[in-house]
Design a protein around this ligand. Structure first.
Ligand code: KIV
Length: 271
C-alpha cells in the first residue's frame, strides 16, 4: 500500500517517506473552508494557502498586495475544512524579507491564529536568517525557487526561469543550501524540466513542481486554474480538469431565466 494511504494525517515526515518510496506528492492551493473540505476529502496530500489568493480571490494583478492579516483569514478558513492534508501557508510579501525578527513574528501569528502546520518563503541564500529563525522556533519551512512571483518587478516577466547556465547553477546551489538549512521541501516554479530533475535527484528532501516537468517528487497547481475558474490565465503547464467558469455561468444563466419566467421556486420549493 502507498505511504499516503496508510496515514490519517499527512506530516512533513510522511512527505519525506513518500519521496523515499517513490510515491508522488499531490498538492493544490486552497483559500476557503468549502473548497478545502472538498480537496481534503478527495485525498490531496498537501494544501497550500498560497499568496496567489491575491490574484484569484482578490483580483490583484500580482501577489504583492495581499497582507498578513488576509493570509491568516484564508488559512484559518482552510484549516477548518481539513482533517488529513498538511496545510502550508505562504508568508506574504513584506512579512519576512530583510528582517528575521519580523519573519518569526509573522510566522508565529500564522501558526497561532490559523492553526496551520508549516510556512513557505520565496528565495534562497538571501533569506537565510529568516529561515534559520523560523526553524529555531520549531516551525517547518518549505522553500520556493525558480519563478518567485513576489520578485516579479525584478524579473520583469513571468517567463521560464533558469534557462541560462549561470542562473541554473545558482538555483542548484540555492536548493542545496535550503536543504542544508533544514527546509523540509521545495517548490520549483517554471524552470526547465531537465534542471528540475537534476535538483530533485540531488536533494534528499522532496521537490514539488509547477511548470517544472514530470520528474519532481510532487506537483502543485492553483486549484482555480485546474478547475477552469480562472479564464485569462492559460500557461501550458496548467491541465484543465473542468471548465467551471462556463459551467457556473451556464447554471447562473438558467437560474436567472427561471426567476424571470416565474419557474423558480415551484410548489415543492416553498413552505
Ligand atoms: O501562491 C501560490 O499559489 C504558489 C504556488 C504557485 C506554488 O506559491
Amino acid at each position: 500500500m502507498s505511504v499516503s494511504k496508510q496515514v490519517k494525517r499527512v506530516t512533513t515526515h510522511v512527505l519525506q517517506a513518500m519521496k523515499s518510496q517513490g510515491e508522488k506528492i499531490s498538492m493544490l492551493t486552497a483559500y476557503d473552508f468549502s473548497m478545502a473540505r472538498i480537496l481534503d476529502e478527495a485525498g490531496v496530500d498537501v494544501l497550500l494557502v498560497g499568496d496567489s489568493a491575491s490574484n484569484v480571490m482578490a483580483g490583484h494583478e500580482t501577489t504583492l498586495p495581499i497582507t498578513l492579516d488576509q493570509m491568516i483569514y484564508h488559512a484559518s478558513s482552510v484549516i477548518r475544512g481539513v482533517s488529513r492534508a498538511l496545510v502550508i501557508v505562504d508568508l506574504p510579501f513584506g512579512s519576512y524579507q530583510g528582517n528575521s525578527r519580523v519573519a518569526l513574528e509573522s510566522t508565529i501569528r500564522i501558526m497561532k491564529e490559523s492553526g496551520a502546520h508549516a510556512v513557505k518563503l520565496e528565495g534562497g541564500a538571501e533569506i537565510e536568517e529568516s529561515i534559520k529563525r523560523i526553524l529555531s522556533a520549531g516551525v517547518p519551512v518549505m522553500g520556493h525557487l525558480g519563478l518567485t512571483p513576489q520578485s516579479i518587478y525584478k524579473f520583469g516577466t513571468y517567463s521560464v526561469r533558469a534557462r541560462e547556465d549561470e542562473e541554473a547553477q545558482k538555483l542548484l546551489s540555492d536548493a542545496k543550501f535550503l536543504e542544508d538549512l533544514g527546509c523540509f521541501a521545495l517548490v520549483l516554479e517554471k524552470i526547465p524540466a531537465k534542471l528540475a530533475k537534476e535538483v530533485s535527484e540531488s536533494l534528499t528532501i522532496p521537490t514539488i513542481g509547477i511548470g517544472a516537468g514530470a520528474d519532481t517528487d510532487g506537483q502543485v497547481l492553483v486549484t482555480h486554474d485546474m478547475l477552469g475558474i480562472t479564464k485569462d490565465f492559460q500557461p501550458r503547464f496548467v491541465r484543465h480538469y473542468l471548465d467551471l467558469f462556463d459551467q457556473i455561468k451556464g447554471a447562473v444563466e438558467q437560474y436567472i431565466g427561471d426567476v424571470k419566467a416565474k419557474n423558480f421556486p415551484n410548489e415543492n420549493e416553498q413552505y
